[in-house]
Every structure is written in C-alpha cells, then in structure tokens.
Ligand binder design. Structure first.
Ligand SMILES: C[S@@+](CC[C@H](N)C(=O)[O-])C[C@H]1O[C@@H](n2cnc3c(N)ncnc32)[C@H](O)[C@@H]1O
Ligand code: SF4
Length: 383
C-alpha cells in the first residue's frame, strides 16, 4: 500500500441501552459498569495489530461504531484515540467519528466528545415523527433528536444523521414529509436507509407470525426514487446508494475506505478488517461475543479468530460490490492491474446495452435502473 492510500481503524462498541426491534448488528444489552474489561482488550488489540501487520500508513480515519459507542465514557474514547495515534499515527485530516444515539446527547456530552478528540458525529435520528420513533422502539423523541443535532453542531463537530424509511404502511406523502423534516435540519451529510426486516429480530419474528406487513419491493423502489429526486434538488445528491453529502468534503471518509476497497483494521467484538498480512490482502474477523473477544485477546494477544487470505476472485468481487455502490463507480483498469482478474466482457457489454451500467473510459458505474440490483449485476459480471 502506498503512503497516500487511505487506511482506517474501526472500533466496535457492542452495547446498547435497549435493543431496537429491527436491528441485527452484533449488539448486547448494556450492563452495569463501564465495561473496562472490553476497553482494555480493545487497547491491547490495537497494539497487537501494529506489531503483527506493521504500520501500513497514517490513519485517515478512526471510526467508533456499534452498538452505541456514545455510551462510552469520554476517558475511554480518549484512551482509544491516544493508543491509535501512538500505534499508527494520524493523517493531518484524520476523521475521528462516533455513532451516537440522540437520547443522551446534550451540550456537555457533545463538548466532552469533542474534547476527547472526536470530530464527526453520526446521529441515529431515524425519524422526526414521534409515532414512527415509537414504532421503531426508540428511546428519543423528535424534539430530542433536534436538540442532539444542535448540541453536536455547537460543539463544532461535523454532523451526519441516519434515517430509516419504508416503514410498514408508510405512504409516498408521509415519506415526502419525513424527508422534508430531515432536510430542514440543514446538515451536510445524511444516510437514508430503507427498513430491512432481518430474520431473528423482533420485527422479523412479527413478520413471520403475520403480525407485521412489510412493504413491497416496488413501493420501496418508489420511495427510493423519491429520496433521490428530493435530495438532489436540495443539493444533497447520493454519492453512495444510501448516503448523501453536500460536497465531497462532507462525505464519510471512513466509509469511503470500505467502498473504495482500501485497508482497515477492525477491533472490538465481531469487527471485520481488510489488511495486507504476510504479503497478501487478508480478511480478519474478531471473536463475536464480548466475553469471547476479551478471552481471545488474553489468550492470543489479539481479538482475531478468523484469518482468510483473499484470492484475486474474492478481491475482484469485493471491489465490484463495494465500488459500484458509489455514484462515481470504480476504475476497471486499476482493478485489473491490482488483481489480474478480468470480468466477463460479454456480460459487461450486455448490462451496458440493457441500461444497467455505464462505462466512461475505464470507469464503470451503475445507472439509475441498476441501483436496486447491484448484487445481481456483480454476480453476472463474474460468471
Ligand atoms: C449500527 S446502527 C448504530 C446507530 C446507533 N446505535 C443508533 O441506533 O442510533 C447504524 C444505523 O443503521 C441503520 N439500521 C440498523 N438496522 C437497520 C435496518 N434493519 N433497516 C434499516 N436501517 C437499519 C440505522 O439507521 C442506524 O442508525
Ligand atoms: S439501532 Fe442502534 S441502538 Fe438500536 S439496537 Fe441497533 S445499534 Fe443498538
């Protein structure tokens, strides 16, 4: 990896005050105490990564995700940031972001986050309608979410807000109102996610028992198209399937590392990483449960319990499925140089002819018709 290739660190904090009925992330109910055992394991894991994979470059981003990392104490956040700075070093424009739930965010907490070194907050607003928030099992109201956003801005943080749409029964008119309330926050970055019903979640069980009627694919597509239209008119076009920014500077630098198939280290329970290890691009996965993760670090020095060297086919598949999520797509020439793997030219031409993909010089990107079926397009290109 060259010195300028973006390199990131992801820290997974798995605890949540309450488990939301739609969420299937690697999450656990918050217990009493500060989970200092987990913090110590994470710090040791970062150091072990520095020793075992080396230092690929300065960190362009450090991202605290979850779970609810806004439940971490400022001294814990500071300890992670200081360790990351010591082990890998920070690029001068490093993005240090944290996912936050709005319920506990006030001026003091946001200022504490900023003082600890956080410079971007991604706030899980989900909706600005109290009935929808209740349906989603959230602990905050619309007014609290608005207050949280203002508190983060007051502390000088870059702010993004997550929203969930396509709730069962949500009409075009309702989401039009929801979107305009979201845009009235006047932020420079938004993530708009269509609700997915995940097996094993409370919503998944309700759907299975016929107590909840999920939306249809066609309706989801209509709401997606509406989202594209309204956000573009508001100067916040999608730069990725679900992510919108006012300008390139406002984009999520951390997520761009994933979408551009860069390298990152993942620490914390269940975290994934992609790094150059023993001369080969390698997928690493940490032990899932917090206790298993802490034991793994104690026993082996780091949290990793799965190490998979990636084949050129794996790398091509990941680069395509992540890169095509970006509006700007990906450079096929760069991909071929990197992996030596050639995609199916006949399929490529027919997907272009059918209006799913477009090729400008060597840059391949998805056209509007293809946004909802990216995974299928990737499979076709690789067969
Ligand atoms: C890992 S969650 C963490 C955010 C934070 N704990 C919160 O809830 O505010 C990141 C985002 O994923 C989105 N999300 C999670 N589960 C989803 C689902 N089943 N469908 C759509 N979006 C989902 C939510 O918008 C959420 O804010
Ligand atoms: S949506 Fe956020 S708060 Fe809710 S369970 Fe998932 S990670 Fe936790």
């Amino acid at each position: 990896m060259s010195a300028s290739t973006p390199f990131g660190l992801y820290v997974h904090w798995p605890y949540c005050q309450r488990l939301c009925p739609y969420c299937d992330f690697n999450i656990y109910r918050q217990r009493d105490g500060e989970h200092d055992d987990l913090l110590q394991a994470i710090l040791a894991d970062i150091k072990a990564h520095g020793e075992r994979i080396g230092v690929p470059g300065l960190l362009h981003s450090l991202s605290f995700g979850g779970g609810t990392p806004s439940l971490m104490k400022p001294h814990q956040i500071r300890a992670v940031i200081e360790t990351a700075a010591k082990v890998f070093g920070f690029d001068e424009n490093v993005e240090i972001s944290l996912e936050a739930n709005p319920d506990a965010l006030d001026d003091e907490i946001c200022q504490n986050f900023a003082n600890a070194g956080i410079n971007r907050l991604s706030i899980g607003v989900q909706s600005l309608d109290d009935t929808a928030l209740k349906f989603l099992g959230r602990d905050h109201s619309a007014a609290q979410a608005q207050k949280a956003v203002r508190a983060a801005q007051k502390a000088g943080l870059r702010v993004s807000a997550d929203f969930i749409y396509d709730l069962p029964g949500q009409s075009i008119e309702e989401w039009t109102r929801g979107l305009s309330a979201a845009l009235a926050l006047n932020l420079a970055h938004y993530s708009f996610y269509a609700l997915t019903i995940e097996p094993g979640t409370a919503f998944g069980v309700q759907v299975q028992k016929g107590r909840l009627n999920p939306s249809t694919e066609n309706h989801a597509f209509d709401l997606y198209a509406l989202t594209q239209d309204i956000t573009a008119k508001a100067g916040l076009p999608a730069y990725e399937v679900s992510n919108h920014a006012r300008s390139p500077d406002d984009q999520s630098r951390h997520n761009l590392i994933y979408w551009q198939n860069g390298d990152w280290v993942g620490v914390g329970p269940g975290a994934h990483g992609r790094v150059n290890f023993n001369g080969q691009r390698t997928a690493m996965v940490s032990a899932m449960r917090p206790d298993a993760y802490c034991n793994q670090v104690k026993g082996t020095g780091w949290g990793i319990n799965e190490i998979t060297p990636l084949t050129r086919e794996d790398i091509t598949m990941e680069a395509l499925s992540m890169g095509l999520r970006l509006r700007t797509g990906l450079d096929l020439y760069g991909l071929k140089t990197r992996t030596g793997h050639v995609i199916n030219q006949t399929k490529l031409q027919s997907l272009i002819d059918e209006g799913f993909l477009q090729l400008h010089n060597t840059r391949l990107s998805v056209r509007e018709k293809g946004w909802a079926v990216i995974d299928r397009l990737v499979l076709e290109l690789l067969t």
